[in-house]
Design a protein around this ligand. Sequence first.
Ligand SMILES: *[C@@H]1O[C@H](CO)[C@@H](O)[C@H](O)[C@H]1NC(C)=O
Ligand SMILES: *[C@@H]1O[C@H](CO)[C@@H](O)[C@H](O)[C@H]1NC(C)=O
Ligand SMILES: *[C@@H]1O[C@H](CO)[C@@H](O)[C@H](O)[C@H]1NC(C)=O
Ligand SMILES: CC(=O)N[C@H]1CO[C@H](CO)[C@@H](O)[C@@H]1O
Length: 312
Amino acid sequence: MKSVVCLSLWIGIAFAQTQYTSTGTEAVAKARVTALTESPTSSVAGKTFDRFVSIWLENTDYDTAAADRKSIANLQWLATQGIVLDNYLAVAHPSQPNYVASVGGDTHGVTNSDLFRINSSIQTVVDLLEANGVSWSEYQEGLPYSGFQGDYINQNTGANDYVRKHNPLVSYDSVTSNVDRLAKIKNFTMFETDLNDNKLPQWMFITPNMTNDGHDSSVTVAAQWARSFLTPLLSNSNFMKNTLVLLTFDESEDYANNNRVYSILLGDAVAASSHGTTDSTAYSHYSQMATVENNWSLGNLGLNDATASAFF
Ligand SMILES: *[C@@H]1O[C@H](CO)[C@@H](O)[C@H](O)[C@H]1NC(C)=O
Ligand SMILES: *[C@@H]1O[C@H](CO)[C@@H](O)[C@H](O)[C@H]1NC(C)=O
Ligand SMILES: *[C@@H]1O[C@H](CO)[C@@H](O)[C@H](O)[C@H]1NC(C)=O
Ligand SMILES: CC(=O)N[C@H]1CO[C@H](CO)[C@@H](O)[C@@H]1O
């Protein structure tokens, strides 16, 4: 009897540990087999768009991203395909609170890169979307399987690949305590699958890996990745369904400035007549929630999402 209790206690501890820390190939391979994956779709008509896609790059000052240099002409090319937001501020330093804030209307006490678990009583944009029938998913490059809650390094090079701190919803217990919600935290393999199957949701958050987002590389790499990722999508009818894309950076590199980040609105929800223009309205990461809340009449969480300006 005693040994049974000990065994289950040990399994419990092992589970608690592997759930949040980097795990080896074997454990991942095993969990991958049974990981629940869901690809819900919906077609709730919005006022000005029917799909919202947020794509985040990392740690770059506005002026660096906007600078007219050959190395980053890729962002400038993207800017010709949409609207530049030149008065868009991130909300905090370092990275993690920005991601958390963009889906929860507040940083909820997250002040650094540590592992945080936000009380399950705290709601997110997911609660608003689900209550209104708007399908959603996250796509996180390098995530080894749907619903994985740890960090994951590149198994060949040992380099940073997927990090939990760049995944906005995974810190919320209201998301991770629900298996159907975990099943919508997916990777880029699933993005390709959902895209090809014409099963992309109406709301999605996309995080490239630590190389492609510029975190462990440079804005040059991030801009090249963004252009190469987005170019085929801009003419893919499975992706463009009255779609509004926000391409932004989590925070500025320099902590001493006002945290302004270079942001572009793209997609077929942006009128061609607006391409190449600049919008100087004061926006922030909270504007992402304000925008989808207005567009689909979702109500709001009564936090910073309620007062932020919506795009357009
Ligand atoms: C979560 O928040 C609720 C409501 O404020 C509170 O009753 C509960 O104790 C909190 N749980 C934890 C684990 O902090
Ligand atoms: C992505 O997630 C799916 C679903 O869990 C999994 O089967 C697949 O192996 C993952 N892809 C990679 C490259 O890890
Ligand atoms: C990031 O993803 C790219 C493919 O998009 C891959 O070639 C690269 O090895 C990945 N980086 C890391 C550090 O795993
Ligand atoms: C993108 C966006 O939010 N568009 C519209 C959504 O609805 C509000 C309120 O009706 C409009 O003001 C926005 O322009």
